[in-house]
Design a protein around this ligand. Structure first.
Ligand SMILES: Nc1ncnc2c1ncn2[C@@H]1O[C@H](COP(=O)(O)OP(=O)(O)OP(=O)(O)O)[C@@H](O)[C@H]1O
Ligand SMILES: [Mg+2]
Length: 267
């Protein structure tokens, strides 16, 4: 995709968040584009998760948010709760670190995939089942038809995360927020999940926000990289530029902490 074809799917402007009167985000700016993976890095507590939760309207109780989160010509911060409910999980979906957060242990994979679809897409049981099997194939779950009948605990951690990604994709989202999606997984399966996210972004034209404290993970898949520190984005730009010629001293210090120079495993 050339620069001219880039489309802003979601724009965060001057996002401020306070929780219980304590400021945690101090004016975050971030743009997500269709068909691009935007990596969000930064140390623990810098505000990465709060940025993602603000987009989904899922900030902790007692939070206040101001600024603007533009999506589809609307400001999500101004959207009434009922409308936001329709956007969340459908047009904007999320994948968390622990697939257990997105998956219900007592429901079959089929139920988890189809209930979303039937509600948001208004389709019948049979169509939903077919779509569900196709989604499992898309996230490379072997034997999708059989897999639909099983429960989350019958899959490995990596496979569970793939299923959680399928659930996130069920209602054809435009934006996918993935918060540390590989952190809880065995290193041997991490790369597969990242490749999957990259492929989905390319195939479906998804705008992906990939939150990770790991710049190594980022260098493998992100197109753009933003670095957060103390509730602010201190640096943003194309992956190659940010990782090879960091402008902010904090980005430089993160890079210096990496065991392998970034870009070594870039696609
Ligand atoms: N439920 C909460 N109540 C109050 N403050 C919170 C809550 N959750 C997070 N915070 C605070 O908000 C700030 C940003 O936290 P956030 O979880 O967004 O960081 P993060 O960058 O995602 O860190 P990590 O890499 O550890 O996941 C931190 O100062 C944190 O202490
Ligand atoms: Mg976090």
């Amino acid at each position: 995709m050339t620069a001219a074809q880039k489309t802003a799917a979601l724009t965060i402007e001057g996002l401020r968040v306070s929780i219980g009167g304590h400021d945690v985000l101090h004016g975050v700016d971030l743009t997500l584009e269709a068909g691009r993976v935007h990596g969000l890095a930064g140390e623990s507590g810098s505000g990465k998760t709060m940025t993602g939760l603000a987009v989904l309207g899922l900030l902790p109780h007692g939070s206040r948010a101001s600024g603007r989160i533009a999506f589809g010509g609307r400001d999500l911060l101004e959207m009434p709760a009922r409308e936001l409910n329709e956007v969340r999980g459908a047009k904007i979906a999320m994948v968390f670190q622990d697939p257990a957060t997105s998956l219900h242990p007592m429901l079959t994979v089929e139920r988890q995939l189809t209930e979303h679809m039937r509600h948001h897409l208004g389709i019948g049981r049979k169509d939903a089942r077919e779509r569900a099997a196709a989604l499992l194939a898309k996230v490379r779950i072997p034997g999708p038809e059989e897999a639909l009948k099983r429960y989350p605990h019958q899959f490995s951690g990596g496979m569970r995360q793939r299923i959680a990604i399928a659930v996130a994709l069920a209602c054809e989202p435009e934006v996918l927020i993935a918060d540390e999606p590989t952190t809880a997984l065995d290193v041997t399966v991490q790369a597969g999940i990242l490749r999957l996210l990259r492929g989905l972004c390319d195939d479906l034209g998804l705008a992906v926000l990939l939150v990770t404290h790991d710049l190594g993970v980022m260098s493998a898949v992100a197109d753009e990289v933003s670095v957060m520190k103390d509730g602010l984005v201190v640096e943003t730009g194309p992956r190659g530029r940010v990782l090879r010629e960091p402008r902010h001293p904090y980005t430089r210090s993160l890079l210096d902490a990496l065991p392998v120079p970034p870009g070594e495993n870039s696609p």
